[in-house]
Design a protein around this ligand. Structure first.
Ligand code: ZN
Length: 525
């Protein structure tokens, strides 16, 4: 018996490694149904996840992820109980006896999911109490993976086309999940089952639940694309505050639609749900924990007093939830664009100069310690450097009509799609008509900023500016605005080779447009 299981395990593990290396798209997840009951006092859950897959390769083992502190009771393949192995956070399920490429797997499990140490960054279940000492529970798992609480495949390159969530909790608690609330079913022992459904593709880390003594209010937004339902779930003591504070939502959504196209999930609606942790872009169920303060928990540049969590997390509905990265190393696609959406929001509602002030407020946080494209993001450069890369690109294009058309068309082209960094950069190159290879290579794949070297000398023709780029790529040749004349900025076209141009300004009055470009300057004396 032991030998049999060793052989079985060996064959499954070998299959795992060959599957990982040869074909990561082996199993295409089409649909997931998550059914769970919550035992709040015991901090336990029990239930099942049923997933439907299409098999695209010869592998005879399905491998799913689940935190090993959970207990797997049984697994059914197309309604037949099956053997499985559960080892090192992996579930190995043999499917060799299936000839059908379309199959479903139902995994019954239970346990106590790990508790978040510092949500939403160090994730897990979040158990808090409201000011009436009632349970207030949620989950955040973007960095940890959804497998910390349900069996799934922790791979952002595949999303189910739709999702069903059934969750049972004791009265009087209300449970809010993603998508639409289809029904609330009264069960025995004062329990209620909340049935939610998501009609669009969804990252598994976006799947969430929120349990509290929530009160609900709703609104709707009439747009050129139809009627968007807005639902808000907040703690009873914050109802009046929330009704006032969430008035930022409608003008924000209208503005984002003008810049990024229609809200990507009309079928599922828009929701803000009050959480004890700061926030997370859970699709169509945004976690809101900014405590009804302006800025970031009250911190913001002078005069720029929007609620950071509402604007940033909502921007992720476009940048991250609809247009989604294929791999965590491409996370700038989510965070740089969502952070840049904040700058555009400031430009719209506070003015162009305040937008520059806002960007400069974020600029000091840029570290340049590792490239933006990285398998392990150790700094916040995917946010602050990323937004500055996009701001710089807008300056390079020098044509706002083209720039905003690029942002809009990225959204339309890649709506509900999973993309690589290359998909994004090539698309921008095509629409701009510019060769931006060295631009993206410098800013995304290198940690250092390009350095603008320059010095002055005077000859019989007057004062001369000498300049060049020092950068990681010899082809880097970003045009730049500098003060050739005292009164205004003019374009120059530095390359890696020294160039010179007459300037009609004293050297100590010379300026590089550092409000518009992310770079280092180096005055050679
Ligand atoms: Zn974000």
């Amino acid at each position: 018996m032991i030998l049999f299981f060793q052989l079985f395990l060996f064959s499954l593990l070998s299959d795992y490694y060959s599957q990982k290396s040869d074909d990561t798209n082996c199993f295409d997840l089409k649909f997931s149904k998550l059914h769970l009951e919550f035992f709040l006092d015991e901090k336990k859950i029990s239930g099942f996840n049923e997933s439907t897959f299409i098999k695209n390769c010869a592998s005879d083992t399905l491998i799913m992820d689940l935190s090993e502190n959970m207990i797997v009771d049984s697994i059914f393949l197309c309604n037949e109980k099956t053997e499985f192995l559960f080892k090192k956070n992996k579930l190995f399920i043999p499917i060799h006896h299936f000839t059908n490429n379309y199959f479903n797997v139902k995994i019954f499990y239970n346990g106590s999911p790990k508790i978040a140490k510092n949500p939403p960054w160090k994730g897990g279940f979040v158990y808090e109490r409201d000011n009436s000492n009632m349970h207030w529970v949620g989950v955040a798992c973007q960095n940890d993976g959804a497998s910390l609480w349900w069996p799934t495949i922790d791979d952002v390159s595949d999303e189910p086309d739709s999702l069903s969530v059934e969750m049972v909790v004791i009265e009087p608690y209300f449970l809010v999940s993603n998508g639409r609330l289809d029904s609330i079913v009264q069960l025995n022992n004062s329990r209620r089952k909340f049935c939610w459904s998501v009609s669009n593709p969804i990252n598994n880390y976006n799947v969430t639940f929120n349990i509290a003594n929530y009160v609900h209010f709703s609104d709707s937004l009439k747009t050129t694309y139809g009627k968007l339902d807005l639902d808000y779930y907040v703690l009873p003591s914050n109802l009046n505050k929330a009704k006032n504070h969430f008035s930022q939502v409608k003008p924000m959504l209208s503005f984002f639609e003008t810049k990024f196209g229609p809200f990507p999930f009309y079928e599922d609606g828009y929701k803000l749900v009050e959480t004890s942790y700061l926030g997370m872009e859970h699709q169509s169920c945004i976690s809101y924990g900014n405590q009804y303060k302006n800025g970031y928990l009250g911190l913001h540049p002078e005069n720029i007093d929007f609620d950071f969590i509402i604007i940033h997390e909502t921007a992720h509905e476009w940048w991250g939830n609809s247009l989604s990265m294929i791999n965590h190393k491409d996370m700038w696609i989510h965070e740089s664009f969502a952070t840049y959406a904040e700058a555009l929001y400031v430009e719209e509602f506070y003015g162009y100069q305040e937008m520059l002030n806002y960007l400069n407020y974020q600029k000091v946080k840029i570290k340049n310690k590792q490239p933006i494209i990285s398998s392990n993001h150790k700094t916040t450069d995917i946010y602050y450097k990323g937004t500055w890369v996009l701001h710089t690109l807008r300056s390079v294009l020098n044509n706002d009509r083209t720039w905003f058309s690029i942002l809009l068309n990225l959204q339309l082209e890649f709506k509900h799609k999973i993309v690589t960094t290359n998909d994004i950069t090539k698309y921008i190159e095509n629409l701009s008509g510019l060769n931006l290879e060295s631009f993206f290579f410098q800013y995304l794949f290198n940690s250092d900023l390009p350095v603008f070297d320059y010095f002055f000398d005077e000859n019989e023709d007057g004062m001369q500016l000498h300049y060049r780029w020092t950068s990681s790529d010899d082809d880097f040749s970003m045009p730049l605005l500098v003060t050739v004349y005292e009164s205004n900025f003019n374009w120059i076209y530095p390359t890696k080779d020294w160039k010179s141009t007459p300037v009609y300004i004293k050297p100590d009055k010379f300026k590089v447009a550092e409000n518009l470009f992310l770079l280092e300057t180096n005055l050679i004396k």
